[in-house]
Design a protein around this ligand. Structure first.
Ligand SMILES: [Zn+2]
Length: 374
């Protein structure tokens, strides 16, 4: 193994150690940098010798040096996973051939691991990771070397919109079915679900930029008039299905569905960004009691899918979503068979599908197209 790869492994292990802190503290709204780490049982401050990634856990045989409390094996496993991932990324996009391409990928890989574990622990995908992660994945395209197989800027923006769109449409249509086609009680202005729905409908007919434009005009109208435009979801998605059928008959089914999904996704991400920035630094609003609607898929998954779309571009994104749904179905069935009654979040499957598509997407798609060509 070359010296550079050893450096990547060490860097990965150190980032893995930091990731363990983030995974624990971020959902608890604790500072990530201060104070230093303590044993959760005896509260003894941990010294440098207790905090060497992987090695400290092995040397202390998984126990606290001061009170002998067991330390979860997940800590060294996350550090090893991060080290291994960094090495794989450095092997796939070597510095000498692709210059700085690998650097943003390291950060995005770390974010995906952190998001998967926070979601699995807390059923939560924090905006403070998904939204900056999406922005980073879009901006990273400016650093990618030619021939890296990664998207360019416009492909990343379209991929992010499409990714968010697939999940937000599952969220809207699934929710509609779960409510037996009754209207949603969600009312958010100036930008909320009504604008997402409007974009989905307009995007069918005019493509994604048209859909986005109509929704932004609607947002502006809400902001100026101070009133909320309400379009009941049942009839709106009835009309959506009708126009989609019409476009299919006219021979343009792919343009219609991709335009609709990307428009809805772009509005969903912009709306999420608006609400995140507006509520910056405020404590989370308490959920109104008894008003929670049944949902088919959470909004955190929408933003995670946007991140994946920006990282992968639309072809590998579709592969990632396909892999996530297959893995999620298998995982759900296994969980049920093993008697786990707990609802398993989808975020870890999305992250895993995304990473598989990042590493193997190009070869899998080439292999599949080769099969079709025969
Ligand atoms: Zn202790």
């Amino acid at each position: 193994m070359s010296f550079v790869l050893v450096l990547f492994a060490v860097l990965g292990a150190l980032i893995g150690s930091f990731a363990n802190v983030v995974i624990y503290r971020l959902p608890r709204r604790q500072s990530i940098v201060f104070p230093g780490s303590r044993c959760p049982r005896c509260q003894h401050r941990l010294g440098v010798g207790d905090l060497i990634p992987i090695l400290s856990w092995l040397l202390l045989r998984g126990r606290c040096r001061y009170c002998q409390a067991a330390i979860s094996a997940r800590y060294p496993l996350v550090e090893m996973l991060m080290a291994g991932g960094f090495v794989l990324l450095a092997l796939r996009w070597p510095l000498e051939s692709y210059s700085a391409t690998v650097l943003p990928l390291l950060a995005l890989f770390a974010m995906l691991v952190i998001l998967a574990l926070i979601d699995s622990d807390e059923q939560l995908l924090p905006d403070s990771l998904t939204l900056p992660g999406t922005a980073l994945a879009v901006l990273a395209t400016l650093l990618y070397a030619p021939g890296s197989g990664l998207p360019n800027l416009s492909q990343a923006v379209f991929g992010a919109s499409l990714g968010a769109g697939v999940i937000v449409l599952i969220n809207r249509l699934g929710g509609l079915a779960l409510r037996r086609f009754g209207d949603t009680t969600e009312r958010l202005g100036p930008i909320g679900m009504d604008q997402v729905n409007l974009a989905a409908l307009a995007g069918v007919l005019g493509g994604w930029l048209w859909g986005l434009g109509i929704a932004l005009v609607g947002t502006l109208a809400n902001a100026v008039t101070g009133r909320l435009l309400r379009l009941p979801e049942g009839p709106l998605y009835g009309l959506w299905l009708l126009t989609l059928t019409l476009m299919t008959v006219l021979g343009r089914p792919l343009e219609a569905i991709s335009g609709s999904l990307a428009a809805a996704g772009a509005v969903a991400v912009l709306g999420a960004l608006y609400w995140w920035l507006r509520d910056w630094g405020q404590p989370p609003a308490p959920e109104p009691p008894g008003e929670e609607e049944p949902i088919a898929m959470g909004f955190g998954d929408v933003k995670l899918a946007a991140l994946l779309g920006a990282l992968l571009g639309w072809q590998n994104l579709l592969l990632a979503l396909f892999l996530s749904f297959v893995l999620g179905a298998v995982g759900g069935l296994l969980g049920r068979a093993l008697g786990g009654g707990r609802q398993i979040p989808f975020g870890p499957y999305l992250a895993l599908g995304g990473l598989l598509a990042l590493f193997f997407g190009s070869s899998l798609i080439a292999w599949y197209l080769g099969l079709l060509g025969r």
